[in-house]
Design a protein around this ligand. Structure first.
Ligand code: SAM
Length: 344
C-alpha cells in the first residue's frame, strides 16, 4: 500500500470561519436594522417586492436575502422569501423571545467600541471617549435617549429570558421569602424566581429611569402581582429589605472596589440565613473557555470596568466580604448561577 503524504498545512477552515464571522454578524445586523425580518414575518415576498417596500436597491436586497437564507434565517422557494422559525422566534422585534434588542445595540454601539479593541487591550480601559467623544459609562450612554434605553433593556431581556428559568431553579431557594433583584432591568430574573417559587415575593430595584420599562415587562409575568419595583442607586441608596438578593449581570459590570461595596451592603442588609444569587457567565477553572464567556470578558473590557470570572474568583470575593458556602452551577444556558450565604 502506498504511503499517505501528510498535509503540509493544517486545515484553514477555522481561520476562514473567523473572517466570515464578522461578515455574518454585520449582514444579519443590517437585515435587522433595515426591517427584513419584521416585514417577512407578516408576508412572504420576492426580493424585488422586499426592495420596494424597504427602499433598497434590488441587487442589494437580493444579495442580503440570499445570504440570510444560506444562514438558515430565511427560506426561499420559487424566488419568494419568508422567515424560518429561528428568525420568527429571535429576530422579529416584537416576538416574546426576541434577541433583536441585543443585536441592535451590538450594531449601534458594541460594534463601534470593538473597533478600538486593540487600544482597550493595550491600555486596559473602556473605549467610550475614543469611540464616541464622550467620557461616559455604559448606562449613561444607553440611557441618554428613550429609544436607546429601551433597545438596551430589550436586549438584556431577550438574552436573560434564555437563562433566568434555569438560574431560578439552580439552587433550593425554598427557605427564602423575599427576593430583591438589584439592577434587575426588566425583572426577568425576579419574575422567574417568583414563578418557580409561588410562596415568594419579589422586588425589582433599578435606576429610576428604568422603572417604567420594568413595570411594562413585569406585567407579562404570571407572578406580577407578587413583584413590586423600587427606583434607586445601589451604590448610594439603602437596599430594599430582602432575604435573597439576586444580581443578573451586575458584578461583571464593575471594578473590584464597587463589587466589594455592593457585597458589603448586601451582607449588612441580609438577615441570618440570607443569601445572594448571581446570574453570570462562569469561566472554566483554567479560563480557557467557554469561548462566548471569554469574548464577553473582552466586551466588558471595551465597555465597562468589569470582567468575567471563574467560580474560585467569585468565591474569593464573597468569602472576603462575609459570605460562605459559595456554590456554582453551570446551567447550560448563557448565564450560570452562583449562590453565596451570609456567614454567621
Ligand atoms: C447589564 S444590565 C443587567 C440587567 C438585568 N439584571 C439583566 O440581567 O437583564 C445592568 C442593570 O444595572 C442597572 N444599574 C446600573 N447602575 C445602577 C445603579 N447604580 N443602581 C441600580 N441599578 C443600576 C442598569 O440600569 C441595568 O438595568
Amino acid at each position: 500500500m502506498a504511503d499517505v503524504i501528510p498535509p503540509l498545512l493544517p486545515d484553514p477552515s477555522p481561520v476562514l470561519s473567523i473572517i466570515d464571522g464578522l461578515r455574518i454578524s454585520k449582514a444579519v445586523f443590517a437585515a435587522l436594522e433595515i426591517g427584513v425580518f419584521d416585514l417577512l414575518e407578516s408576508e412572504a415576498l420576492a426580493a424585488s417586492a422586499c426592495a420596494q417596500r424597504l427602499h433598497l436597491s434590488p441587487d442589494g436586497a437580493e444579495r442580503l436575502l440570499d445570504a440570510c437564507a444560506s444562514l438558515g434565517l430565511l427560506s426561499k422557494h420559487d424566488g419568494v422569501y419568508r422567515n424560518t422559525p429561528l428568525a420568527s422566534a429571535y429576530l422579529v422585534r416584537d416576538s416574546a423571545h426576541t434577541l433583536s434588542g441585543y443585536m441592535l445595540y451590538s450594531n449601534r454601539v458594541t460594534w463601534k467600541l470593538w473597533g478600538n479593541l486593540e487600544e482597550a487591550i493595550t491600555e486596559g480601559t473602556p473605549r467610550w471617549a475614543q469611540t464616541f467623544g464622550q467620557q461616559v459609562d455604559l448606562f449613561e450612554y444607553f440611557f441618554q435617549t428613550e429609544n436607546a434605553k429601551r433597545t438596551f433593556l430589550a436586549g438584556m431581556h431577550g438574552m436573560g429570558l434564555l437563562s433566568s428559568p434555569a438560574v431560578a431553579r439552580a439552587f433550593d431557594l425554598s427557605a427564602h421569602q423575599m427576593v430583591a433583584d438589584l439592577g434587575g432591568g426588566t425583572g426577568h430574573l425576579a419574575a422567574a424566581i417568583c414563578e418557580a417559587h409561588p410562596h415568594m415575593q419579589g422586588i425589582v430595584f433599578d435606576l429610576p429611569t428604568v422603572i417604567p420599562v420594568t413595570e411594562g415587562y413585569l406585567r407579562r409575568s404570571s407572578a406580577h402581582d407578587r413583584i413590586r419595583t423600587v427606583g434607586g442607586d445601589f451604590f448610594h441608596d439603602p437596599l430594599p429589605p430582602a432575604d435573597l438578593y439576586c444580581l443578573g449581570r451586575i458584578l461583571h459590570d464593575w471594578g473590584e472596589a464597587k463589587i466589594r461595596l455592593l457585597l458589603r451592603k448586601m451582607r449588612d442588609a441580609l438577615p441570618v440565613g440570607g443569601a445572594v444569587l448571581l446570574a453570570e457567565m462562569l469561566l472554566w477553572d483554567d479560563k480557557t473557555g467557554p469561548t462566548y464567556a471569554l469574548l464577553q470578558s473582552l466586551n466588558m473590557l471595551a465597555c465597562t470596568e468589569g470582567k468575567e470570572r471563574n467560580l474560585d474568583e467569585y468565591r474569593a470575593l464573597f468569602e472576603s466580604e462575609g459570605f460562605h458556602a459559595v456554590e456554582g452551577r453551570v446551567t447550560g444556558q448563557v448565564l450560570d448561577a452562583v449562590l453565596a450565604r451570609k456567614a454567621a
